[in-house]
Design a protein around this ligand. Sequence first.
Ligand code: ADP
Ligand code: 5GP
Length: 192
Amino acid sequence: MSNQGQIGKLIVIVAPSGTGKSTMIKRLKIDFPSIVESVSYTTRPMRPGEVDTKSYFFITKEEFTVMRANNEFLEWAEVHGNFYGTSKNFVEKCLNEGMHLLFDLDVQGTDSMKDYFGKKASVIFISPPSVEELEKRLRHRGTENTQVINIRLTNARQELLRKNDFDFLIYNDDIENAYQKLCEITQEILGR
Ligand code: ADP
Ligand code: 5GP
């Protein structure tokens, strides 16, 4: 896959689970219709309200293993005990059409994207105000059981150690302030 001569911008959003990135991305896609979100493949169970092929392509572990063996992922990672991968085909098609692409990735996937695309990928880390607040948000969302929430909180503590390693950092304390900051940063990236 070639990343030469690319016109569209690549924006990666990375944040511990429960920070609020899906909430913000949903709004961003409405306010910036020229941005297309990369739909990943995952082996995790579908949550209520999610739509197969829109939220993710929901596949089995066996299907994931085959796709990985066929080199169909630009990057993949095991996150909180499930597999997630970015489709090479999807990204290639969008880049060839000059689209701006948005990725919602974990830290491992973000590092892989930076290795591959370098400065062409702009990374925005969104941090929760605290791990305690993150736990409240995960419990309030109610989509995962206590065991899964605990795994996500343990991973969050590790991911937060990386918050200063990327291009932009936003604290999602007040959602309106954080979203406004995200819009400003997005505008800046698209205008480059
Ligand atoms: P993520 O995609 O990062 O896992 P979500 O967007 O699903 O997180 O948000 C997790 C929960 O926290 C949701 O119930 C969401 O409504 C809530 N939330 C998001 N931002 C804030 C905020 N600034 N203050 C309080 N609750 C928030
Ligand atoms: P969730 O299960 O809450 O949708 O996502 C869990 C984590 O997996 C989040 O940090 C999300 O950003 C990450 N994720 C989603 N899709 C991908 C992907 O294709 N690759 C990688 N590396 N991480 C992903």
